[in-house]
Design a protein around this ligand. Structure first.
Ligand SMILES: Nc1ncnc2c1ncn2[C@@H]1O[C@H](COP(=O)(O)OP(=O)(O)OP(=O)(O)O)[C@@H](O)[C@H]1O
Ligand SMILES: [Mg+2]
Length: 256
């Protein structure tokens, strides 16, 4: 954290969410009474076993999923915005400008190359066209996406290339809040190192980050705080040292 008395950026309060799988007559409770606050400039890691509810939590915050109950509040100075009650148009505008979401998989419009995709993300964050294209080129280069790939349709890129293009779009001219779903999971060691440098650098831009990681070394390196999720609830909330050394049984499963 970069400030002594950091201001809250995002407050998730009592969030619960379930799915009803009608076809097989089953009910899945994916989040139960999840509450936490993310502060300005803080890097908060989400850890937990597969199926613990980590991606569901991010999707509820960006409103890809609607929670059954609870609130998600975005703070803007003294103003607060309840994201769960926002109409789709205002939500889309906020998502482009104020906060970014890097999903696990790149979802690019057809026939769009990396440069166009990342430039569009920078334009949505308010950069002028030429500036946006320059920033996109810098972002792609930092993440090891060679110039020969900049105009290639994103659908033909490899999994690791897509993940890095996705991260470039999320971090170009970074928003003040960034949600990352396993941003380094499919990368080889060299590209993972590039991606981690970009992610670490967010600290210097006062970006608040909520990110899912499956690697304890990564969490210790980049995160200020960890939320450990287990079966849709927050099982622990503390510094990486506190949470990762506390002997939670779920950790054996997560980081085996
Ligand atoms: N769209 C959906 N429809 C039905 N069930 C879902 C849906 N999305 C998630 N779930 C269920 O909610 C639970 C939590 O899933 P979630 O994707 O949040 O887990 P996760 O912690 O991100 O796991 P992983 O580490 O494997 O990505 C799982 O049991 C999952 O099957
Ligand atoms: Mg997930």
């Amino acid at each position: 954290m970069t400030h002594d008395n950091p201001a809250p950026v995002l407050t998730v309060d009592n969030l619960s969410m379930s799915f009803t799988l009608h076809a097989i007559n089953r009910f899945v409770q994916s989040l139960t009474a999840v509450s936490f606050t993310l502060y300005e400039g803080e890097h908060l890691a989400l850890a937990g076993a597969s199926g613990a509810g980590k991606s569901s939590l991010l999707r509820c915050i960006v409103r890809n999923y609607l929670p059954n109950s609870g609130t998600v509040i975005l703070h803007d100075g003294d103003t607060t915005i309840d994201l769960t009650a926002l109409d789709d148009r205002r939500m889309a505008r906020l998502r482009g400008r104020d906060f970014g979401y890097v999903s696990q998989f790149l979802n690019a419009p057809p026939r769009q190359g990396p440069l166009r995709l990342v430039t569009n993300a920078a334009l949505r964050r308010g950069l002028a066209h030429q500036e946006a294209e320059q920033a996109a080129a810098v972002s792609l280069t930092r993440l090891g996406i060679e110039e020969r790939l900049w105009d290639v349709d994103c659908s033909v890129l490899s999994g690791g290339e897509r993940q890095r293009v996705n991260l470039a779009a999320g971090t170009v001219s970074p928003p003040r809040l960034l949600l990352l779903d396993e941003p380094v999971s499919a990368l080889d060691p060299a590209n993972r190192a590039l991606a981690l440098e970009v992610i670490e650098d967010l600290h210097h831009h006062d970006v608040s980050v909520l990110a899912i990681y499956h690697d304890m070394t990564v969490i210790r390196r980049v995160a200020d705080r960890v939320l450990l999720m287990d079966g849709g609830v927050i099982a622990a909330d503390g510094t990486p040292d506190e949470v990762l050394s506390a002997g939670h049984t779920v950790l054996d499963e997560v980081f085996a």
